[in-house]
Unconditional design. Sequence first.
Length: 428
Amino acid sequence: MSLHSATAPLPLTPLTSATTRSTLDIARIRAEFPILRRKVHDKPLVYLDNAASVQKPKAVIDAISECYTGYYANIHRGVHLLSERSTLAYEGTREKVRAFLNAASTQEIIFTRNATESINLVASSFGSDFKPGDEVVITGMEHHSNIVPWQLLCQRTGATLKVAPFTETGELILEEYERLLDSGRVKLAAFVHISNALGTVNPVKRMTELAHARGIPVLIDGAQSVPHLAVDVQALDCDFYAFSSHKVYGPSGVGVLYGKKALLQAMPPYQGGGDMISVVTFEKTEYADLPNKFEAGTPNIADVIGLGVALDWLTAIGLDQVAAHEHALLEHATRQLREIPGLRIMGTARDKAALVAFTLQGAHPHDIGTILDREGVAIRAGHHCAQPVMQHYGVPATARASFAVYNTHDEIDALIKALWKVKEMFEL
Ligand code: C6P
């Protein structure tokens, strides 16, 4: 089935860097998501909380169910047919992730629980020999997942965390980032590709070049980027790249860490246990080769298989098409949000992805979220696990609408209508 329509696409005004025009048949795409047919408070569901977690297409749901009903067994261990079949499917996903990220080898793809665990793995293992005086550079727009693991590492080792600031519009101040890299003590730069609180798309290739020019490896938090734009880790030349399955149309409970082979080989294991060893005696253990060295214990087999199907699904649509459609939605939303008096958008970077965060004078974001929910519109309200971003703008929280490929212009209109209702209720 083609998910591309024959009708002419809508013109796209360049608010962002999307270059393609969408020809997607969104109605057909929506039909693949059973949950989108349900109602909430007797209203059609308008799901705009995709940056938190995206809904799943039937192909992914079916693949997980087929695994459990048809061939499930533990992997890498059994000599029986089911184990072999499960191992093939699990390792098949590793190859799909490799291709999706354009990594050089499947040995560079490690399965974890989520992006958070991927970052913790690097902090714990790559950071294990950090010393007092060493520095880790992050940006001011990080998710807590790319702050707290480094703080824990600094507490453990005496290293110091340095933070590159961003502007009022939500753009990184590249000169400040570069200045921090110049100390001669930086052991790692870790930064977000797309900010979950602002939508900013960071210039990660340039940031990587600047770090590498000083011999500093980089980790990119790609939790918000892989569902929205094509990522090529070899073109970026990053050393580590982390993302979560549940934000890329796959199941929750699975994450990915890409790491350059030479670095991963030199790093100590993250956790010890089964499947990560080659020989164990009471005196000494020899570890398995990559990637198994970093995958101790029985992994989340069925959900890893589900992730593979999600990546197939997304790749068939095409990330250029996804980006074009989502950018059109972002423009449609931004244009109308700007017409609402008292509404302030946090994050107006030139290069911005598919979310918009805002406050409305006189209404707490949680009240906005609750009223919108009664209208069937699901958004997120809160600090979005990015409290330093809230501190930057001097607000406790924002409301955030975030888009996926299945969202429509009509759903944006429903969001806007519901926001006008909030104003009416609060007499703003
Ligand atoms: N952001 C949001 O609503 P996990 O929880 O490990 O799958 O992803 C963590 C994470 C890391 N980095 C970024 C940029 C993120 O956006 C997230 C998750 C969700 O914005 C849940 S807090």
